[in-house]
Design a protein around this ligand. Structure first.
Ligand SMILES: *Cc1c(COP(=O)(O)O)cnc(C)c1O
Length: 362
């Protein structure tokens, strides 16, 4: 039943012409334009994974009773393909995305797509849409694998059929202004996740629940929201879609532990890079009270958020119900800048891939 299906490849008969594509790639923005193709693979209780295809990107036909529209059985991934200086196209640690996608599926009572099938789906799409991988500074092809419950049934139980799909979108820098520090709002009304909940799964529902808090952050003039834990409303967890790091005056780094947060691949990679360059990295609970004290005393030198989309974003200022403060004078700290350079350098092939993290596509 879990034999790997063969991909049926049907190139799109009306791909975007080269000249227009080149114009789009000059300034793609984020998540607004899409490549010519998509991958879909179906799963159902009887057949398992079947009907794998690469074809023209097109809307789905969904029954109004499709389970995802009612009970939100949906998960996704986010990864990037980079055009390196050597002209090859590479993915960054795609096996990690495959494993996390399986973990998310498990939590949401969905079928786990085999790692090999996940990786082949990504390679198939990047190969057929390779001309959509931009080469500009800070730009890449953002790849969005996702899966949802497609069964038409209103009973409450795990669905019996699912559609796995991969689409891709050429992107420029996530935050306009590149390394310019962002401002964050500490949400006092909302939490993102609770123990026993779905915080560690990359599911659409977590994002739906974060949008009001993100809108509140925007109302307070901030770029992003920071969530505290649900039980005590005291411990820093993460942003709506990025993990968070703190750099202390002794050069050590603190980042919240796994559990209710999303286990970021950028987070894990930065921890590895930092530790291997002699930096002490502690994964431990850090309270918002402590954050304020450390910012006031000067013990906290830098803070940054990280994730695939924005890579590393320095945090310059913090607003909360009781006031506001800045970090490191609101500039970009040297540790933050250094870590970013090292990670981006590896991803883009300008630094040696000492960990074997790159996966090139032939
Ligand atoms: C995807 C995501 C991250 C970052 O994960 P990466 O693997 O580094 O891209 C962090 N937090 C949340 C809530 C996420 O959804």
């Amino acid at each position: 039943m879990d034999n790997k299906p063969e991909f049926r490849v049907v190139p799109s008969p009306n791909s975007v012409p080269g000249a227009e594509r080149a114009r789009i790639l000059e300034n793609p923005g984020f998540g607004k334009v899409f490549t010519d193709h998509m991958v879909t693979v179906s799963w159902d209780l009887d057949k398992g994974w079947h009907d794998a295809s690469v074809r023209q990107r097109a809307p789905f036909q969904l029954d109004p009773a499709s389970a995802v529209l009612h009970y939100a059985q949906e998960i996704f991934e986010g990864m990037k393909a980079y055009r390196t200086g050597h002209g090859t196209i590479t993915l960054f640690r795609p096996e990690e995305n495959a494993r996390r996608f399986q973990a998310s599926a498990k939590r949401m009572a969905m079928p786990e797509i085999p790692e090999e099938l996940f990786l082949e789906s990504i390679e198939q799409l990047v190969r057929i849409d390779r001309d959509w991988v931009p080469s500009g500074d800070g730009s890449s092809l953002y790849i969005r694998p996702f899966m949802f419950a497609s069964e038409a049934f209103l009973g409450v139980r795990p669905a019996h059929s699912y559609i796995y799909c991969v689409i891709a979108s050429p992107v420029g820098a996530y935050f306009k202004g590149g390394e310019k520090p962002i401002s964050v709002w500490i949400s006092d009304a909302f939490s993102r996740a609770a123990h026993g909940g779905t915080g560690a799964a990359k599911c659409g529902g977590n994002y739906a629940g974060s949008l009001l808090a993100q809108a509140e952050a925007a109302q307070h003039g901030c770029d992003q929201v920071v969530f505290l834990d649900a039980a005590e409303h005291r411990w820093v967890e993460e942003l709506g879609g990025m993990n968070i790091f703190f750099v202390m005056d002794d050069g050590s780094i603190v980042t919240p532990p796994l559990g209710t947060i999303l286990p970021g691949i950028t987070r894990a990679s930065l921890i590895r890079i930092a530790r291997d360059s002699g930096i002490t990295v502690e994964e431990k609970a850090y309270s918002f009270d402590q954050w304020q004290q450390d910012a006031a005393s000067g013990r906290l030198k830098e803070a940054f958020a990280c994730g695939t989309a924005a890579v590393v974003a320095p945090i310059g200022s913090v607003r909360h119900a009781g006031g506001e403060f800045s970090i490191g004078g609101g500039g970009v700290g040297t540790v933050t800048h250094d870590l970013r350079q090292r990670l981006v350098g590896m991803q883009r092939g300008s630094r040696e891939d000492v960990y074997g993290w790159l996966h090139s596509i032939s």
